[in-house]
Design a protein around this ligand. Structure first.
Ligand SMILES: [Zn+2]
Ligand SMILES: [Zn+2]
Length: 552
Protein backbone atom coordinates (compact mmCIF):
# COMPACT_ATOMS: atom_id res chain seq x y z
CA UNK A 1 0.00 0.00 0.00
CA UNK A 2 1.42 3.35 -1.03
CA UNK A 3 0.96 6.29 1.30
CA UNK A 4 -2.19 8.29 0.53
CA UNK A 5 -2.12 11.95 -0.48
CA UNK A 6 -4.68 14.47 0.72
CA UNK A 7 -5.44 17.70 -1.08
CA UNK A 8 -7.43 20.30 0.82
CA UNK A 9 -8.83 23.20 -1.16
CA UNK A 10 -8.52 26.33 0.98
CA UNK A 11 -9.95 28.61 -1.70
CA UNK A 12 -10.49 29.03 -5.43
CA UNK A 13 -13.17 26.37 -5.87
CA UNK A 14 -16.35 28.41 -5.91
CA UNK A 15 -14.84 31.80 -6.72
CA UNK A 16 -12.23 33.08 -9.08
CA UNK A 17 -9.80 34.18 -6.42
CA UNK A 18 -7.98 33.19 -3.20
CA UNK A 19 -6.43 30.16 -4.86
CA UNK A 20 -4.75 27.97 -2.31
CA UNK A 21 -4.46 24.22 -1.92
CA UNK A 22 -2.68 22.13 0.70
CA UNK A 23 -1.17 18.89 -0.56
CA UNK A 24 -0.33 16.52 2.29
CA UNK A 25 1.57 13.29 2.39
CA UNK A 26 3.54 11.51 5.13
CA UNK A 27 2.99 14.37 7.55
CA UNK A 28 4.29 17.06 5.21
CA UNK A 29 2.21 19.85 3.73
CA UNK A 30 2.99 21.57 0.44
CA UNK A 31 1.08 24.71 -0.44
CA UNK A 32 0.08 25.41 -3.99
CA UNK A 33 -0.52 29.16 -4.37
CA UNK A 34 -1.72 31.56 -1.68
CA UNK A 35 -3.88 34.24 -3.26
CA UNK A 36 -6.59 36.73 -2.42
CA UNK A 37 -10.12 37.22 -3.67
CA UNK A 38 -11.19 40.77 -4.44
CA UNK A 39 -14.33 41.59 -2.47
CA UNK A 40 -17.62 42.20 -4.27
CA UNK A 41 -20.35 44.69 -3.41
CA UNK A 42 -21.73 42.31 -0.76
CA UNK A 43 -18.59 42.84 1.31
CA UNK A 44 -18.47 46.62 1.79
CA UNK A 45 -15.27 47.87 3.33
CA UNK A 46 -13.34 44.59 3.03
CA UNK A 47 -9.92 45.01 1.46
CA UNK A 48 -9.44 41.37 0.47
CA UNK A 49 -10.75 37.93 1.17
CA UNK A 50 -8.16 35.35 2.24
CA UNK A 51 -8.13 31.60 1.82
CA UNK A 52 -8.98 29.48 4.85
CA UNK A 53 -5.64 30.00 6.57
CA UNK A 54 -6.96 28.57 9.86
CA UNK A 55 -6.32 25.14 8.43
CA UNK A 56 -2.66 26.07 8.04
CA UNK A 57 -2.33 27.63 11.46
CA UNK A 58 -3.12 24.23 13.00
CA UNK A 59 -0.49 22.54 10.83
CA UNK A 60 2.15 25.28 10.80
CA UNK A 61 5.09 23.02 11.61
CA UNK A 62 4.30 20.67 8.74
CA UNK A 63 4.43 23.24 5.93
CA UNK A 64 7.48 22.49 3.80
CA UNK A 65 6.94 25.28 1.30
CA UNK A 66 4.64 27.14 -1.04
CA UNK A 67 4.78 26.94 -4.83
CA UNK A 68 3.46 30.09 -6.51
CA UNK A 69 2.46 29.17 -10.04
CA UNK A 70 2.41 32.75 -11.37
CA UNK A 71 2.34 36.35 -10.26
CA UNK A 72 -1.36 37.23 -10.19
CA UNK A 73 -2.82 38.48 -6.93
CA UNK A 74 -5.31 35.62 -6.80
CA UNK A 75 -2.25 33.34 -6.49
CA UNK A 76 0.28 35.32 -4.44
CA UNK A 77 -1.73 38.09 -2.72
CA UNK A 78 -2.33 36.24 0.56
CA UNK A 79 1.31 35.35 1.19
CA UNK A 80 1.91 38.61 3.03
CA UNK A 81 -0.94 37.70 5.38
CA UNK A 82 -0.02 34.05 5.84
CA UNK A 83 3.59 34.98 6.57
CA UNK A 84 2.56 37.20 9.45
CA UNK A 85 2.15 34.09 11.58
CA UNK A 86 3.61 31.30 9.51
CA UNK A 87 7.06 30.89 8.09
CA UNK A 88 7.86 28.79 5.05
CA UNK A 89 9.99 28.90 1.90
CA UNK A 90 8.40 30.18 -1.31
CA UNK A 91 9.20 28.71 -4.73
CA UNK A 92 8.39 30.59 -7.92
CA UNK A 93 9.82 31.87 -11.18
CA UNK A 94 12.10 34.92 -10.84
CA UNK A 95 9.38 37.29 -12.09
CA UNK A 96 6.73 35.91 -9.73
CA UNK A 97 9.27 36.01 -6.93
CA UNK A 98 10.06 39.65 -7.74
CA UNK A 99 6.39 40.53 -7.28
CA UNK A 100 6.29 38.55 -4.02
CA UNK A 101 9.46 40.23 -2.79
CA UNK A 102 8.07 43.72 -3.45
CA UNK A 103 5.00 42.93 -1.43
CA UNK A 104 6.85 41.29 1.46
CA UNK A 105 9.34 44.15 1.67
CA UNK A 106 6.50 46.63 1.78
CA UNK A 107 5.00 44.73 4.73
CA UNK A 108 8.33 44.22 6.50
CA UNK A 109 7.98 40.45 6.19
CA UNK A 110 10.91 39.65 3.96
CA UNK A 111 12.65 37.83 6.82
CA UNK A 112 9.76 35.42 7.22
CA UNK A 113 10.31 33.49 4.02
CA UNK A 114 13.23 32.29 1.95
CA UNK A 115 12.51 33.05 -1.70
CA UNK A 116 13.68 30.33 -4.06
CA UNK A 117 13.74 30.95 -7.80
CA UNK A 118 12.72 28.11 -10.09
CA UNK A 119 13.43 27.93 -13.78
CA UNK A 120 11.49 26.33 -16.61
CA UNK A 121 11.91 22.54 -16.50
CA UNK A 122 13.59 22.59 -13.08
CA UNK A 123 13.04 19.51 -10.96
CA UNK A 124 13.47 20.09 -7.26
CA UNK A 125 12.53 18.64 -3.89
CA UNK A 126 10.29 20.61 -1.61
CA UNK A 127 10.34 18.62 1.61
CA UNK A 128 10.00 15.15 0.22
CA UNK A 129 7.73 16.28 -2.64
CA UNK A 130 9.42 15.76 -6.00
CA UNK A 131 8.36 18.76 -8.12
CA UNK A 132 8.94 19.59 -11.77
CA UNK A 133 7.95 22.82 -13.46
CA UNK A 134 6.81 23.19 -17.05
CA UNK A 135 6.46 26.51 -18.86
CA UNK A 136 2.89 27.58 -19.61
CA UNK A 137 1.38 30.62 -21.36
CA UNK A 138 -0.90 33.03 -19.48
CA UNK A 139 -1.51 36.78 -19.14
CA UNK A 140 1.58 37.22 -16.96
CA UNK A 141 5.10 36.07 -17.84
CA UNK A 142 6.74 32.93 -16.49
CA UNK A 143 3.70 30.88 -15.49
CA UNK A 144 4.48 27.33 -14.41
CA UNK A 145 2.62 24.05 -14.59
CA UNK A 146 3.53 21.99 -11.52
CA UNK A 147 4.17 18.29 -11.74
CA UNK A 148 4.20 16.84 -8.25
CA UNK A 149 5.35 13.26 -7.94
CA UNK A 150 3.87 11.53 -4.92
CA UNK A 151 3.64 7.93 -3.67
CA UNK A 152 0.24 7.98 -5.42
CA UNK A 153 1.68 9.03 -8.75
CA UNK A 154 1.87 12.30 -10.63
CA UNK A 155 -0.36 15.23 -9.71
CA UNK A 156 -0.39 17.79 -12.51
CA UNK A 157 -1.61 21.32 -11.76
CA UNK A 158 -2.25 23.37 -14.90
CA UNK A 159 -1.81 26.79 -13.27
CA UNK A 160 -3.85 29.52 -15.00
CA UNK A 161 -3.24 28.99 -18.65
CA UNK A 162 -4.12 29.46 -22.25
CA UNK A 163 -2.44 27.63 -25.09
CA UNK A 164 -0.91 30.55 -26.93
CA UNK A 165 0.96 29.16 -29.92
CA UNK A 166 2.41 32.54 -30.77
CA UNK A 167 3.39 34.08 -27.44
CA UNK A 168 5.21 37.40 -27.28
CA UNK A 169 8.30 35.93 -25.64
CA UNK A 170 8.31 32.75 -27.74
CA UNK A 171 7.94 30.70 -24.56
CA UNK A 172 5.26 28.18 -25.47
CA UNK A 173 3.49 25.74 -23.19
CA UNK A 174 5.61 22.61 -23.23
CA UNK A 175 2.90 20.16 -24.24
CA UNK A 176 5.54 17.68 -25.39
CA UNK A 177 6.90 17.37 -21.85
CA UNK A 178 3.42 16.83 -20.45
CA UNK A 179 2.84 14.19 -23.11
CA UNK A 180 6.12 12.47 -22.20
CA UNK A 181 5.20 12.37 -18.52
CA UNK A 182 1.74 11.05 -19.42
CA UNK A 183 3.32 8.37 -21.58
CA UNK A 184 6.18 7.34 -19.29
CA UNK A 185 4.64 7.69 -15.85
CA UNK A 186 0.98 8.46 -16.34
CA UNK A 187 -0.83 11.43 -14.80
CA UNK A 188 -2.79 10.17 -11.81
CA UNK A 189 -4.60 13.41 -11.10
CA UNK A 190 -5.12 16.59 -13.10
CA UNK A 191 -6.08 19.86 -11.39
CA UNK A 192 -7.04 22.26 -14.17
CA UNK A 193 -8.07 25.92 -14.59
CA UNK A 194 -11.81 26.21 -15.26
CA UNK A 195 -12.19 29.99 -15.80
CA UNK A 196 -13.28 29.81 -19.46
CA UNK A 197 -14.72 26.29 -19.44
CA UNK A 198 -18.12 27.56 -20.55
CA UNK A 199 -16.78 29.27 -23.66
CA UNK A 200 -16.39 27.31 -26.89
CA UNK A 201 -13.42 27.62 -29.18
CA UNK A 202 -9.95 28.91 -28.44
CA UNK A 203 -8.61 32.16 -27.08
CA UNK A 204 -6.89 34.60 -29.41
CA UNK A 205 -3.14 34.78 -29.17
CA UNK A 206 -1.73 37.64 -27.15
CA UNK A 207 0.31 38.60 -30.21
CA UNK A 208 -2.87 39.47 -32.13
CA UNK A 209 -3.47 42.36 -29.74
CA UNK A 210 -0.22 43.96 -30.92
CA UNK A 211 -1.55 44.54 -34.44
CA UNK A 212 -4.71 46.15 -33.09
CA UNK A 213 -2.66 48.40 -30.80
CA UNK A 214 -0.39 49.45 -33.67
CA UNK A 215 -3.55 50.29 -35.65
CA UNK A 216 -4.77 52.54 -32.83
CA UNK A 217 -1.39 54.29 -32.67
CA UNK A 218 -1.44 54.78 -36.46
CA UNK A 219 -4.96 56.18 -36.36
CA UNK A 220 -4.06 58.81 -33.74
CA UNK A 221 -0.69 60.19 -34.88
CA UNK A 222 -1.29 63.70 -33.59
CA UNK A 223 -2.42 62.75 -30.11
CA UNK A 224 -0.89 61.50 -26.88
CA UNK A 225 -1.63 57.83 -26.22
CA UNK A 226 -2.51 56.73 -22.70
CA UNK A 227 -2.83 52.96 -22.52
CA UNK A 228 -4.15 51.21 -19.42
CA UNK A 229 -3.42 47.55 -18.77
CA UNK A 230 -2.76 45.22 -15.86
CA UNK A 231 0.67 46.06 -14.56
CA UNK A 232 1.73 42.41 -14.34
CA UNK A 233 0.72 41.80 -17.96
CA UNK A 234 4.23 42.43 -19.22
CA UNK A 235 3.55 40.99 -22.67
CA UNK A 236 0.74 43.47 -23.18
CA UNK A 237 2.97 46.26 -21.90
CA UNK A 238 5.70 45.09 -24.29
CA UNK A 239 3.33 45.44 -27.22
CA UNK A 240 2.31 48.93 -26.13
CA UNK A 241 5.97 49.86 -25.78
CA UNK A 242 6.75 48.43 -29.22
CA UNK A 243 3.93 50.40 -30.84
CA UNK A 244 5.08 53.54 -29.03
CA UNK A 245 8.75 53.18 -29.93
CA UNK A 246 7.88 52.35 -33.55
CA UNK A 247 5.93 55.59 -33.79
CA UNK A 248 8.78 57.61 -32.26
CA UNK A 249 7.21 58.15 -28.89
CA UNK A 250 8.75 58.27 -25.42
CA UNK A 251 7.21 55.95 -22.86
CA UNK A 252 6.32 56.85 -19.26
CA UNK A 253 4.62 54.74 -16.63
CA UNK A 254 1.74 55.98 -14.51
CA UNK A 255 0.75 54.23 -11.28
CA UNK A 256 3.00 52.71 -8.63
CA UNK A 257 2.53 49.05 -9.57
CA UNK A 258 3.13 49.81 -13.26
CA UNK A 259 6.32 51.63 -12.36
CA UNK A 260 7.54 48.76 -10.20
CA UNK A 261 6.55 45.90 -12.47
CA UNK A 262 7.93 47.70 -15.51
CA UNK A 263 11.27 48.11 -13.74
CA UNK A 264 11.27 44.51 -12.50
CA UNK A 265 10.51 43.14 -15.96
CA UNK A 266 13.23 45.28 -17.57
CA UNK A 267 15.71 44.14 -14.94
CA UNK A 268 14.90 40.48 -15.63
CA UNK A 269 15.06 40.99 -19.39
CA UNK A 270 11.36 40.21 -19.81
CA UNK A 271 10.57 43.67 -21.14
CA UNK A 272 12.71 45.04 -23.94
CA UNK A 273 13.03 48.70 -24.82
CA UNK A 274 15.80 51.15 -25.65
CA UNK A 275 16.81 53.26 -22.63
CA UNK A 276 16.44 56.49 -24.59
CA UNK A 277 12.73 55.82 -25.10
CA UNK A 278 11.98 55.77 -21.39
CA UNK A 279 11.07 58.95 -19.53
CA UNK A 280 9.82 59.59 -16.02
CA UNK A 281 6.14 60.45 -15.81
CA UNK A 282 7.07 63.80 -14.26
CA UNK A 283 8.49 64.76 -17.67
CA UNK A 284 5.48 63.57 -19.69
CA UNK A 285 3.74 66.92 -19.85
CA UNK A 286 6.88 68.57 -21.28
CA UNK A 287 6.62 66.63 -24.54
CA UNK A 288 4.20 67.43 -27.35
CA UNK A 289 1.30 64.92 -27.40
CA UNK A 290 2.42 63.01 -30.53
CA UNK A 291 5.74 62.22 -28.87
CA UNK A 292 4.47 60.50 -25.74
CA UNK A 293 2.83 57.29 -24.68
CA UNK A 294 1.81 56.76 -21.05
CA UNK A 295 1.32 53.19 -19.82
CA UNK A 296 -1.01 53.29 -16.86
CA UNK A 297 -2.67 51.13 -14.24
CA UNK A 298 -6.36 51.50 -13.57
CA UNK A 299 -7.93 49.68 -16.48
CA UNK A 300 -10.60 48.39 -14.08
CA UNK A 301 -11.63 51.88 -13.01
CA UNK A 302 -10.68 51.30 -9.35
CA UNK A 303 -11.38 54.56 -7.54
CA UNK A 304 -7.86 55.43 -6.41
CA UNK A 305 -6.11 54.00 -9.46
CA UNK A 306 -3.88 56.11 -11.67
CA UNK A 307 -6.21 56.29 -14.65
CA UNK A 308 -9.39 56.86 -12.63
CA UNK A 309 -7.64 59.79 -10.90
CA UNK A 310 -6.53 61.19 -14.25
CA UNK A 311 -10.10 60.81 -15.52
CA UNK A 312 -11.38 63.09 -12.77
CA UNK A 313 -8.52 65.58 -13.17
CA UNK A 314 -6.91 64.46 -9.91
CA UNK A 315 -3.66 63.04 -11.25
CA UNK A 316 -0.50 64.67 -10.00
CA UNK A 317 1.27 63.69 -13.17
CA UNK A 318 -0.85 63.99 -16.26
CA UNK A 319 -3.65 66.24 -17.36
CA UNK A 320 -5.94 64.22 -19.61
CA UNK A 321 -7.79 66.29 -22.17
CA UNK A 322 -8.65 66.79 -25.84
CA UNK A 323 -5.12 65.87 -26.98
CA UNK A 324 -5.38 62.36 -25.53
CA UNK A 325 -6.51 59.01 -26.80
CA UNK A 326 -7.03 56.62 -23.91
CA UNK A 327 -6.92 52.90 -24.66
CA UNK A 328 -8.34 50.45 -22.12
CA UNK A 329 -6.39 47.34 -23.00
CA UNK A 330 -8.40 44.99 -20.81
CA UNK A 331 -11.99 43.99 -20.33
CA UNK A 332 -13.86 44.79 -17.14
CA UNK A 333 -13.74 41.95 -14.61
CA UNK A 334 -17.33 41.04 -13.69
CA UNK A 335 -18.39 43.45 -10.97
CA UNK A 336 -16.25 46.31 -12.29
CA UNK A 337 -18.41 47.23 -15.30
CA UNK A 338 -20.07 50.22 -13.65
CA UNK A 339 -16.76 51.63 -12.42
CA UNK A 340 -15.20 51.29 -15.85
CA UNK A 341 -18.23 52.91 -17.49
CA UNK A 342 -18.01 55.84 -15.07
CA UNK A 343 -14.33 56.28 -15.83
CA UNK A 344 -14.98 56.25 -19.59
CA UNK A 345 -17.65 58.91 -19.13
CA UNK A 346 -15.23 61.03 -17.09
CA UNK A 347 -12.54 60.70 -19.74
CA UNK A 348 -14.91 61.61 -22.56
CA UNK A 349 -16.18 64.55 -20.57
CA UNK A 350 -12.61 65.85 -20.39
CA UNK A 351 -12.41 65.69 -24.16
CA UNK A 352 -10.35 62.51 -24.51
CA UNK A 353 -11.01 59.82 -27.12
CA UNK A 354 -11.50 56.42 -25.54
CA UNK A 355 -10.84 53.08 -27.20
CA UNK A 356 -11.94 49.99 -25.28
CA UNK A 357 -12.36 46.26 -25.79
CA UNK A 358 -16.06 46.72 -26.56
CA UNK A 359 -15.08 48.51 -29.80
CA UNK A 360 -11.77 47.02 -30.88
CA UNK A 361 -9.95 43.83 -29.95
CA UNK A 362 -7.44 45.58 -27.72
CA UNK A 363 -7.60 42.72 -25.23
CA UNK A 364 -7.57 38.94 -25.13
CA UNK A 365 -8.15 36.58 -22.25
CA UNK A 366 -5.38 34.78 -20.37
CA UNK A 367 -7.50 31.68 -19.80
CA UNK A 368 -7.96 28.83 -22.24
CA UNK A 369 -11.40 28.17 -23.70
CA UNK A 370 -12.96 24.75 -24.26
CA UNK A 371 -10.74 23.64 -27.13
CA UNK A 372 -7.60 24.50 -25.18
CA UNK A 373 -8.91 22.62 -22.14
CA UNK A 374 -9.63 19.63 -24.39
CA UNK A 375 -6.07 19.79 -25.70
CA UNK A 376 -4.59 19.71 -22.21
CA UNK A 377 -6.90 16.86 -21.16
CA UNK A 378 -5.91 14.93 -24.27
CA UNK A 379 -2.18 15.41 -23.78
CA UNK A 380 -2.19 14.78 -20.01
CA UNK A 381 -4.71 11.93 -20.26
CA UNK A 382 -5.29 11.85 -16.50
CA UNK A 383 -6.80 9.01 -14.53
CA UNK A 384 -8.61 11.43 -12.20
CA UNK A 385 -9.62 15.05 -12.65
CA UNK A 386 -10.69 17.82 -10.28
CA UNK A 387 -11.72 21.13 -11.91
CA UNK A 388 -10.20 24.07 -10.04
CA UNK A 389 -10.02 27.87 -10.38
CA UNK A 390 -13.63 28.79 -11.03
CA UNK A 391 -17.05 29.66 -9.80
CA UNK A 392 -19.40 26.74 -9.29
CA UNK A 393 -20.71 27.06 -12.86
CA UNK A 394 -17.20 26.98 -14.32
CA UNK A 395 -16.23 23.92 -12.27
CA UNK A 396 -19.42 22.12 -13.35
CA UNK A 397 -18.93 23.02 -17.03
CA UNK A 398 -15.35 21.78 -16.88
CA UNK A 399 -16.40 18.47 -15.28
CA UNK A 400 -19.02 18.11 -18.00
CA UNK A 401 -16.42 18.73 -20.70
CA UNK A 402 -14.16 16.01 -19.29
CA UNK A 403 -17.01 13.48 -19.11
CA UNK A 404 -18.07 14.34 -22.67
CA UNK A 405 -14.49 13.68 -23.74
CA UNK A 406 -14.87 10.17 -22.39
CA UNK A 407 -13.61 10.29 -18.80
CA UNK A 408 -15.67 7.97 -16.60
CA UNK A 409 -17.84 10.22 -14.46
CA UNK A 410 -16.66 8.59 -11.21
CA UNK A 411 -13.12 9.69 -12.07
CA UNK A 412 -14.18 13.32 -12.36
CA UNK A 413 -14.50 14.67 -8.84
CA UNK A 414 -16.16 17.98 -8.07
CA UNK A 415 -14.96 19.73 -4.94
CA UNK A 416 -15.59 23.05 -3.22
CA UNK A 417 -13.67 25.29 -0.85
CA UNK A 418 -12.94 23.42 2.37
CA UNK A 419 -13.22 19.97 0.79
CA UNK A 420 -10.46 17.43 1.09
CA UNK A 421 -9.91 14.86 -1.62
CA UNK A 422 -7.78 11.80 -0.96
CA UNK A 423 -5.74 9.96 -3.52
CA UNK A 424 -5.00 6.41 -2.41
CA UNK A 425 -4.63 2.94 -3.84
CA UNK A 426 -8.41 2.86 -3.97
CA UNK A 427 -8.61 5.92 -6.20
CA UNK A 428 -9.67 9.54 -5.66
CA UNK A 429 -12.36 10.24 -3.12
CA UNK A 430 -13.89 13.52 -1.98
CA UNK A 431 -13.91 13.13 1.81
CA UNK A 432 -15.97 16.28 2.29
CA UNK A 433 -15.19 19.27 4.49
CA UNK A 434 -11.84 19.14 6.24
CA UNK A 435 -12.19 22.79 7.14
CA UNK A 436 -14.99 25.31 6.89
CA UNK A 437 -13.72 26.91 3.69
CA UNK A 438 -14.95 30.12 5.25
CA UNK A 439 -14.14 33.60 4.02
CA UNK A 440 -11.54 35.49 6.02
CA UNK A 441 -11.83 39.19 5.37
CA UNK A 442 -8.99 41.64 5.65
CA UNK A 443 -10.38 44.80 7.22
CA UNK A 444 -7.48 47.22 7.57
CA UNK A 445 -5.21 45.55 10.12
CA UNK A 446 -7.78 42.99 11.21
CA UNK A 447 -8.73 39.64 9.81
CA UNK A 448 -12.31 38.65 10.50
CA UNK A 449 -14.74 35.98 9.50
CA UNK A 450 -18.52 35.86 9.36
CA UNK A 451 -20.98 37.83 7.27
CA UNK A 452 -22.71 39.77 10.09
CA UNK A 453 -20.28 42.65 9.79
CA UNK A 454 -21.21 43.15 6.15
CA UNK A 455 -24.94 42.99 6.70
CA UNK A 456 -24.46 45.74 9.30
CA UNK A 457 -22.32 47.75 6.89
CA UNK A 458 -24.85 47.26 4.10
CA UNK A 459 -27.61 48.70 6.30
CA UNK A 460 -25.36 51.58 7.38
CA UNK A 461 -24.31 52.23 3.79
CA UNK A 462 -27.76 52.08 2.28
CA UNK A 463 -30.02 53.30 5.09
CA UNK A 464 -27.86 55.18 7.59
CA UNK A 465 -28.00 55.09 11.35
CA UNK A 466 -30.32 56.59 13.96
CA UNK A 467 -29.07 56.46 17.53
CA UNK A 468 -31.45 57.35 20.32
CA UNK A 469 -30.01 58.57 23.60
CA UNK A 470 -32.25 58.09 26.62
CA UNK A 471 -31.29 59.29 30.11
CA UNK A 472 -33.48 58.18 33.01
CA UNK A 473 -33.69 57.63 36.73
CA UNK A 474 -34.77 54.13 37.57
CA UNK A 475 -35.56 55.08 41.19
CA UNK A 476 -37.71 57.99 40.27
CA UNK A 477 -39.20 56.16 37.30
CA UNK A 478 -38.79 59.14 35.00
CA UNK A 479 -36.74 60.59 32.18
CA UNK A 480 -34.01 62.98 33.35
CA UNK A 481 -33.80 64.66 29.97
CA UNK A 482 -35.58 64.72 26.69
CA UNK A 483 -34.37 61.81 24.50
CA UNK A 484 -32.07 62.76 21.64
CA UNK A 485 -31.92 61.47 18.11
CA UNK A 486 -28.44 61.50 16.56
CA UNK A 487 -28.52 60.48 12.94
CA UNK A 488 -26.11 59.95 10.06
CA UNK A 489 -27.05 59.14 6.49
CA UNK A 490 -30.72 58.70 7.28
CA UNK A 491 -32.39 61.75 5.70
CA UNK A 492 -31.15 65.00 4.20
CA UNK A 493 -29.93 67.72 6.56
CA UNK A 494 -32.85 70.02 5.65
CA UNK A 495 -35.46 67.75 7.24
CA UNK A 496 -33.31 65.87 9.72
CA UNK A 497 -33.64 68.35 12.60
CA UNK A 498 -37.43 68.43 12.48
CA UNK A 499 -37.70 64.65 12.28
CA UNK A 500 -35.20 64.21 15.09
CA UNK A 501 -37.29 66.42 17.37
CA UNK A 502 -40.54 64.67 16.54
CA UNK A 503 -38.94 61.27 16.93
CA UNK A 504 -37.48 62.23 20.30
CA UNK A 505 -40.94 63.27 21.51
CA UNK A 506 -42.43 59.99 20.39
CA UNK A 507 -39.73 57.96 22.14
CA UNK A 508 -40.21 60.09 25.30
CA UNK A 509 -43.89 59.17 25.46
CA UNK A 510 -43.18 55.49 24.92
CA UNK A 511 -40.49 55.42 27.62
CA UNK A 512 -42.63 57.33 30.13
CA UNK A 513 -45.55 54.96 29.63
CA UNK A 514 -43.23 52.05 30.02
CA UNK A 515 -41.74 53.40 33.26
CA UNK A 516 -45.18 54.25 34.62
CA UNK A 517 -46.26 50.66 34.13
CA UNK A 518 -43.49 49.66 36.55
CA UNK A 519 -41.96 47.37 33.96
CA UNK A 520 -38.23 47.10 34.58
CA UNK A 521 -37.20 45.06 31.58
CA UNK A 522 -36.98 45.43 27.87
CA UNK A 523 -36.27 49.15 27.82
CA UNK A 524 -33.73 48.86 25.06
CA UNK A 525 -36.10 46.82 22.93
CA UNK A 526 -38.87 49.31 23.60
CA UNK A 527 -36.74 52.28 22.53
CA UNK A 528 -35.63 50.44 19.42
CA UNK A 529 -39.21 49.60 18.50
CA UNK A 530 -40.61 53.07 19.20
CA UNK A 531 -37.86 54.78 17.24
CA UNK A 532 -38.06 52.20 14.44
CA UNK A 533 -41.79 52.66 14.05
CA UNK A 534 -41.45 56.43 13.99
CA UNK A 535 -38.66 56.29 11.42
CA UNK A 536 -40.39 53.80 9.20
CA UNK A 537 -43.76 55.50 9.42
CA UNK A 538 -42.39 58.96 8.62
CA UNK A 539 -39.71 58.16 6.08
CA UNK A 540 -40.38 54.63 4.82
CA UNK A 541 -36.74 53.79 5.51
CA UNK A 542 -35.07 51.19 7.72
CA UNK A 543 -31.83 52.63 9.05
CA UNK A 544 -29.91 50.93 11.81
CA UNK A 545 -31.46 51.96 15.16
CA UNK A 546 -29.01 52.14 18.05
CA UNK A 547 -30.57 52.78 21.49
CA UNK A 548 -28.16 54.21 24.05
CA UNK A 549 -29.58 54.18 27.56
CA UNK A 550 -28.08 55.85 30.62
CA UNK A 551 -29.68 54.93 33.92
CA UNK A 552 -29.03 56.80 37.15
ZN1 LIG B 1 -5.96 32.98 -11.25
ZN1 LIG C 1 -3.67 34.22 -13.46
Amino acid sequence: MADPVQITFLGGLGDIGRNCAAIECRGELLLLDCGVLFPDEDMPGADFVLPDLEYLRDRADRIVGCICTHGHEDHIGALSHALQWLSFPVYASPFTLGLVRNRLEEQGLIERASLNPIGDHDRIRVGSFDCEFIPVTHSVPSGLISVIRTPQGVILHSSDFKLDLNPIDGRRTDLARIGAIAHDEGVRLLLCDSTNSEIPGSSRSESEVGGVLRGVFAAHPARRLVVAAFSSHIHRVQQVVDAAVASGRKVATLGLSMKRNFALARELGLLQMPDHAFIDVSEAEQYPPPQVCVVATGSQGETRSALAMAATGDSRWIDVGPDDTVVLSSSPIPGNEARVARMINNLVERGADVVHSGQLEVHTTGHGKQDELRTLHTVADPEYFVPVHGEVRHLAAHADLAVKMGMPSDQVVLARDGDQVELSDRGLLNRGKATSGEYYYVNGQLIESGRELFSERSILGGQGVVSVVVVLSRDEGRLLARPRFETKGWVGADIAWQLEQAGADEVAVAVENHLASGDEDGLERLVRRAAGQFVNHNTGRRPMIVPIIFEF
